[in-house]
Ligand binder design. Structure first.
Ligand SMILES: C[S@@+](CC[C@H](N)C(=O)[O-])C[C@H]1O[C@@H](n2cnc3c(N)ncnc32)[C@H](O)[C@@H]1O
Length: 380
């Protein structure tokens, strides 16, 4: 079976490594997506335990069109009764960039008609459309002449882990937080600190990685559970297998924030993720913090500055640079922000730079190596 795992821009490499680790075959990289092959059990396992995918699609048909009629013909060739019955409901999500369709909704209507006619011709009845709570979610992707019709096996995006019920104004997407951690080379044996932790997304994703807790453990639902061929025993077996890996985190994780209110959210989220023993949270201004591990990792997601005066935000970024330099010698620091202007005030030279997206917001992820003593000595 062929599958497509969708991800955020810049996380393709970490996702492909994750998928290979989970047993995926013929792994190929595309734009914001990884193509892979495997059995039904792999589809369940990936949905339950992958950290850096947004959703997993199962392509049903791939074809070229020269007209709107070709879309109907291609849609009619799919054996829809393998996946749903007449008393099921479905919905279509069209993603269209094609000269054949000026109106996105129209392409969706054509596929809806193809499905309705397919069932009506076979049984005299047809499944109905339900856009709010469909049993089967169909993804229709048209790029110029190329059409791919897929089933969405996740439905609720995989970044919605289920542990984060309370959040600050600018929380990181959970998939992005996990992606940053996997990309950073954090080896799960070095102390990890997030001194601007907000609702706790980075410490929680780090805690899940360190304790080998599958991110799907807190979710109530995956799209494939409503498919006609859903194998409940197989899914239970996969969950048991994945959960048997869970162990004690070998490392301590710290989160702090200047806002008392925000820390309350973080505490509730950490407790919901079952990580209260792994993650220590405290109220602190970053400028007052000192590193407790010379070989530790620091992850920073400072405010982007939308709600703060420009001079204030520049001062904040300046303080981050000074604090890292004086209070966190020896550590490896990673910082993600969308505010490229204020970054200039950090006054540190990054070792690495990556472009990533937090939702629609373009961000830059930077790595700083904080040397101890003089740079010359440290290099030696
Ligand atoms: C962009 S938010 C972090 C969001 C977080 N990554 C999440 O997923 O929820 C930035 C956080 O930095 C905190 N902050 C701002 N100035 C700070 C300071 N001087 N020291 C510590 N935290 C600070 C804010 O209270 C806010 O929670």
């Amino acid at each position: 079976m062929k599958f497509v795992a969708k991800t955020l821009y810049g996380l393709e490499k970490v996702l492909s490594e994750e998928l290979i680790g989970l047993g995926a075959g013929n792994v190929q990289t595309a734009n914001r997506a990884i193509l892979f092959e495997g059995e039904k059990s792999l589809l369940y396992k990936v949905n339950y335990s992958v950290r850096t995918a947004l959703s997993v699609l199962m392509p049903l048909a791939d074809f070229k069109i020269r007209s709107k009629e070709d879309l109907y013909k291609g849609g009619s060739k799919i054996e829809w009764d393998r996946f749903m019955d007449t008393d099921d409901t479905f919905s279509i999500v069209p993603v269209i960039n094609s000269p054949h369709f000026g109106h996105t909704g129209y392409a969706g209507l054509i596929i809806k008609d193809a499905i309705a006619d397919y069932f009506r011709n076979k049984t005299g009845r047809r499944p109905s459309v339900d856009t709010t709570n469909p049993r089967v979610l169909i993804n229709l992707h048209i790029s110029n002449d190329n059409v791919t019709i897929s089933l969405d096996s996740s439905v609720v995006p995989l970044y919605k882990r289920g542990y984060r019920q309370e959040q600050t104004v600018a929380p990181l997407n959970e998939v992005l937080a996990a992606g940053i951690l996997l990309l950073s080379g954090w080896n799960v044996s070095s102390t990890l600190t997030d001194p601007m932790c907000g609702s706790g997304t980075i410490p929680i994703e780090a805690g899940l990685i360190a304790s080998k807790i599958p991110p799907g453990k807190f979710r109530q639902f995956f799209g494939f559970q409503k498919w006609k061929d859903f194998d409940e025993d197989l899914f239970e077996k996969i969950k048991l297998e994945c959960n048997s890996q869970i162990g004690l985190s070998p490392v301590k994780i710290f989160g702090s924030d200047v806002s008392e209110e925000t820390l309350k959210f973080a505490k509730a989220n950490v407790a919901r993720a079952g990580l209260s023993d792994v993650i220590t949270l405290e109220k602190s201004d970053f400028k007052d913090l000192k590193s407790i591990d010379e070989h530790g990792y620091v992850f920073l997601n400072p405010p982007y500055g939308q709600r703060i005066q420009p001079e204030e935000i520049d001062l904040l970024y300046g303080m981050i640079g000074t604090t890292l330099k004086h209070n966190f010698p020896g550590t490896t620091a990673w910082l993600i922000t969308s505010n490229k202007e204020s970054l200039k005030h950090i006054g540190l030279k990054p070792k690495e730079k990556h472009t990533l997206f937090n939702g629609a917001l373009e961000c830059v992820l930077l790595k700083y190596e904080m040397y101890t003593g003089t740079k010359k000595l440290w290099k030696a």
